[in-house]
Design a binder for this molecule. Structure first.
Ligand SMILES: *Cc1c(COP(=O)(O)O)cnc(C)c1O
Length: 393
């Protein structure tokens, strides 16, 4: 058993290392054939028409918002119970950001809260341009209702699916996250703690060929050689000729990263099964303890396993539990500090109290170690430490 048990960690095998080494010996290091193969494999796996690989999940969100025409004066809504990147995507473009409170059972946007808020915003004439829905921990309960509400109000729906590569929609047993017919795009992250990793990396899935084309240009400086887009070529211009019509970025992924991603993709089923098995096992081992357990199913990708220390169940505080686990080398974590309570967002006018359910969730949540390589022995050790802290040893 390891001396420290992190809350999450990557799974890297010898074949991953060999795939990267093979790329290093090839002709392409930056975006090339392996990137295209990685996109192809990602699109086939989730069942999306198009996939565009980028430098990271944050760049994926930024580019989608940009390609959808978001700009200064625009407005996005997202979940306060997420990593800051979900909201920052709108801020990069000078747009305003607002939040929709969560359903504490899922940790994601509450469809009822969304409907109420959209109704009021509609009446006031300031609907959001984009809703960035976060599949917290990889759970997707209630998402079909979120999608239906966005369709009804004409709001573009983007899924921040950073936690959900490999997840299946709760309401759609045959469809993987990234293939929802009512969302404009879904973004994934391949940070080492996510379902599969490329070190840093991300991917955008979309059913729209037009959007995929725009994303491909924006990820590479806004330049293109596409004869359909080039306007000022002269007869004696050759293959060197390209034009820039808009300001893009260098958000490319490298072929070194894509080589790792392709190798990781080959074992996604095993990685998912291992996470689901760890989650099922926690569900059984923790069921007798005074804790609020996540109610998600085998369709989740189980990026996080979040328990809550409910005051109605125990007097042990989240901080006391956190310290007790850390004292035994168990690196539990907390997801998330509500985005609107960050000093940057408070300076934009948000205040504690604005999204009370996300704040209450934050006060009581604790993320337990979950990752494919977590052994039964380590998991038993975590459970014993929790039982001990709760006085149930
Ligand atoms: C990890 C994460 C991101 C950002 O992904 P990076 O690849 O680290 O840029 C965005 N949103 C959520 C919810 C995340 O967990």
């Amino acid at each position: 058993m390891r001396s420290r048990i992190p809350y999450s960690c990557q799974t890297i095998d010898e074949d991953d290392i060999a795939a990267v080494a093979e790329c290093l010996r090839s002709d392409f290091l930056t975006q090339g054939p392996r990137t295209r193969a990685f996109e192809e494999a990602g699109a086939v796996y989730v069942g999306s028409k198009h996939a565009v690989a980028v430098a990271n999940g944050t760049a994926a969100l930024h580019l989608v918002c940009m390609a959808l025409g978001l700009e200064s004066g625009g407005l996005i809504w997202t979940s306060p119970n997420s990593f800051v990147a979900s909201a920052n995507a709108g801020r990069y473009l000078g747009a305003d950001v607002d939040f929709v409170d969560i359903d504490p059972e899922t940790g994601s946007i509450d469809p009822d809260a969304l409907e109420t808020k959209l109704n009021a915003a509609s009446a006031a004439g300031r609907k959001p341009d984009i809703l960035i829905a976060v599949h917290f921990a990889g759970h997707t309960h209630g998402f079909d209702r979120v999608a239906a509400i966005c369709a009804e109000y004409g709001v573009a729906l983007v899924e921040d699916a950073a936690h959900a590569f490999g997840a299946v929609y709760q309401d759609r047993p045959d469809q993987m996250v990234g293939s929802h017919p009512q969302s404009v795009a879904a973004t994934f992250s391949f940070h080492p703690l996510k379902s599969i990793t490329t070190g840093e990396g991300g991917m955008i899935m979309t059913g729209s060929e037009d959007l995929a084309k725009k994303l491909g240009i924006l990820r590479s400086h806004g330049v293109s050689k596409d004869p359909a887009l080039v306007t000022d070529a002269r007869p004696d211009d050759g293959d060197w000729y390209y034009e820039q019509h808009q300001l893009g970025f260098n958000y490319r992924i490298s072929d070194i990263q894509a080589a790792l991603g392709l190798s990781q993709m080959r074992k996604i089923d095993t990685l998912m099964e291992a996470r689901r098995d760890r989650a099922r096992r926690y569900g059984e081992l923790l069921s007798h303890l005074p804790l609020h357990l996540p109610q998600a199913t085998d369709r989740s990708s189980w990026h996080l396993y979040v328990v809550r220390l409910d005051r109605s169940l125990t007097n042990v505080t989240r901080k006391a539990m956190f310290d007790a686990l850390r004292g035994r080398g168990i690196e539990a974590h907390v997801h998330y500090i509500p985005i609107h309570t960050q000093p940057y967002y408070r300076a934009l006018g948000f205040a504690p109290g604005d999204f009370p359910r996300a704040e209450a969730y934050y006060e009581t949540c604790l993320s337990l170690p979950i990752y494919p390589l977590l052994t039964d022995e380590e998991q038993d050790f975590v459970v014993a430490a929790i039982a001990d802290a709760l006085g149930h040893a």
